[in-house]
Design a protein around this ligand. Sequence first.
Ligand SMILES: *Cc1c(COP(=O)(O)O)cnc(C)c1O
Length: 403
Amino acid sequence: MHNKDLYRYFTSMKTPFYYYDIHLLHESLTRLRDSADKYDYQVHYAIKANANNRILEIIRDYGFGVDCVSGNEVKRAIEIGFDPKKIVFAGVGKSDDEICYSIDHSIFSFNCESIEEINVINEWGRKKKKVVAVSLRLNPDIDAVTHKYLTTGLPENKFGIPLQFLGKVIHQFKILTHVKLIGLHFHIGSQIRELGPYVELCEKVNAIQGTLSHKYGINLEHINLGGGLGINYENPDSELIPDYGNFFETIHKHLKLRKGQKVHFELGRSVVGQMGSLISRVLYIKKGLNKEFMILDAGMTDLIRPALYGAQHKIQNISKPEAQIMNYKYDVVGPVCESSDSFDDNVMLPITKRGDLVAIRSTGAYGEIMVSQYTLRDKPHAVYSDELTDGQGQLVFPQAAGM
Ligand SMILES: *Cc1c(COP(=O)(O)O)cnc(C)c1O
């Protein structure tokens, strides 16, 4: 962010709020679509990253599908107008209501995480006289080299079916009459910044496909490699759009496909992460015994990632956009009555005073969607860059603020 007029505009607004750079979102989506089209890959947006309706409407218009992990996400995607034929539904604990709703709307695929779940889906298919499309979410035993709460592809994680059970599952599908196995699904984790784990995943998939065809005579139509592509939190401005081209090229190089197979992805963070900033006002600079606390009007109820996984976001004082020298050290905290309500320690910033605005960057993913009302705090509102300008791209200042 480097728009001084924009920051002046923010000064008149109620804080905290999520600022969404819609222009950047369009750029990112265009790049993603073009990169995926090159290999005819199908992308499903992982809606849990950000389910703000305005954002979803924009993503919908690019023709992507949706990756859901709850029944309400499936419902929201359908309400927004995504094609049910491009909706996939994962999750270890799908309830009967969620299963029924998704069968009734004929979604593309249930990504099933256990034999027990497949049996329940088969039962509902039988009652509804439908054959339900199912993919197996396999746990490939791959270390995604990310935060321990962000790995999902290791045996100690609750996700997916262990590879060792593959034979048993295949056998089960021969018995069941109201489920049809259409593909394999994997999702090894999130905020993955090196492509090594994806190369490893491709090699595992190649081996699994070999076993499936040689041992069981099965060739599946769909291979879904999930999401997880990471973003640059330390220095967002150097990498506002993730390198989708390199990502897909790496997959293309390492994944051996059978005839007629379609490859799917489920990207969340990389699509929406960089377009969002949480804008907050400094309430107090509180002198402690041997440190200074910068107390913001935004807290863990507005952005929980730092408290939940120790995530670090770049923090900028946007009331001093010109400042070059960052010679003051602050512990940046929120107002909530929890010691974990802290955004970061020892952050170097220009001297900051009460009333200054700060931007907590790269908060478009897993930000607004995780807002809670703990301590009955207000929810932050959302501001969209394209609603701040007139037809000529000039900022339109709010009347109410008397400007
Ligand atoms: C969360 C999730 C994703 C998206 O992960 P990102 O790291 O945001 O890309 C994809 N697939 C499944 C099954 C998920 O649970």
